[in-house]
Design a protein around this ligand. Structure first.
Ligand code: ATP
Ligand code: MG
Length: 286
């Protein structure tokens, strides 16, 4: 990888981790991913290796982005953390418990919004609370709280088809946050939006998420999105996905559009592009 002259970064390769039992309690990561291998077999392709020896520790309360080219296994890793997809070998723990099935600690926001078209905004936000057995009055109050948090108070009774893409994505975010997840997984949540809406929603989401304590793992193709939002960025190799580098994003908080004009931002952006360069010719990273 080409180095940036005169610029140093606190980066590290995601090494094998020390023995979990030996780590002091306060140092324990929220999500512990070690040596994860994952292959798929289908009628079309037998034994396709999707993830190769993936190692990552996610700290409590941090915002980390998974950045890499199309097909490198980002969604697969997110689904493994969510307990939706099994893996071949390695370990994935949340709070020291091995992930074997979906957990109530985890909520997910999808790229295509994943809203129920027949439900209102309130009905969609209440969905996860219903599944969790939250009784009616508390469910409605909680849903309203999070609908207000994402600025859609006037639209509680609207259906998704009556909302813009950005508004629908905010409903998806409210639905995920309403169950008060400890870990929020987001798979390219802005992917379906135009560039302008995408940028506005990124900063809006940042201020919303600062009001929660959740640990956030975001999948994105966009270097800028990762830089603006993250505390750290895990950069993936092309398929089979392997984390090549973990980068500390030491840009000042709170962040707004002005952060992009900082020399530090430009240097970090260049550094990541250099890491992705062999890949970028074939991919749409932006
Ligand atoms: N259910 C599945 N069955 C078979 N192969 C799969 C399945 N899901 C993913 N794959 C394969 O695993 C690899 C990684 O896919 P994945 O969706 O995790 O990549 P990604 O990094 O999220 O890509 P993108 O950025 O395009 O969303 C790809 O080669 C894909 O074809
Ligand atoms: Mg994906």
């Amino acid at each position: 990888m080409a180095a940036d002259p005169g610029v140093s970064f606190v980066t590290r390769a995601p090494e094998k981790q020390p023995d979990l039992a030996a780590a002091p309690h306060t140092a324990r990561p929220k999500v512990w991913i070690e040596g994860v291998m994952k292959s798929y077999s289908s009628k079309a392709v037998d034994n396709l290796l999707a993830l190769r020896d993936v190692n990552l520790q996610v700290r409590p309360g941090e915002f980390i982005s998974l950045l890499g080219p199309s097909g490198c296994g980002k969604t697969t890793l997110l689904k493994i953390i969510a307990g939706l997809v099994p893996f071949d070998s390695g370990r994935v723990d949340i709070d020291r418990d091995p992930v074997t099935e979906p957990s109530s600690k985890v909520a997910m926001v999808f790229q295509n919004f994943g809203l129920f078209p027949w439900r209102t905004v309130r009905g969609n936000v209440e969905f996860g609370l219903e599944a969790a057995g939250v009784p009616g009055k508390l469910r409605r109050e909680t849903a309203e709280e999070y609908i207000n948090l994402v600025g859609l108070g006037r639209f509680s009774n609207s259906h998704p088809s009556q909302l813009s893409g950005g508004m629908q994505q905010r409903v998806g975010l409210a639905r995920a946050l309403a169950v008060r997840p400890e870990i929020l997984l987001m798979d390219e949540p802005f992917g379906a939006l135009d560039a302008h809406t995408r940028e506005l929603l990124q900063f809006e989401m940042l201020s919303i998420l600062q009001k929660t304590q959740a640990t956030i793992i975001l999948v994105t193709h966009s270097v800028d999105e990762a830089l603006v939002l993250s505390d750290r960025i895990a950069v993936f190799s092309p398929s089979p996905g392997h984390i090549m580098e973990v980068l500390d994003v030491d840009l000042p908080h709170p962040r707004d559009a002005a952060v992009k004009s900082l020399p530090r931002y430009a240097a970090m952006r260049q550094h990541i592009w250099d890491a992705l360069r062999p890949v970028a010719k074939k991919d749409d990273a932006s």
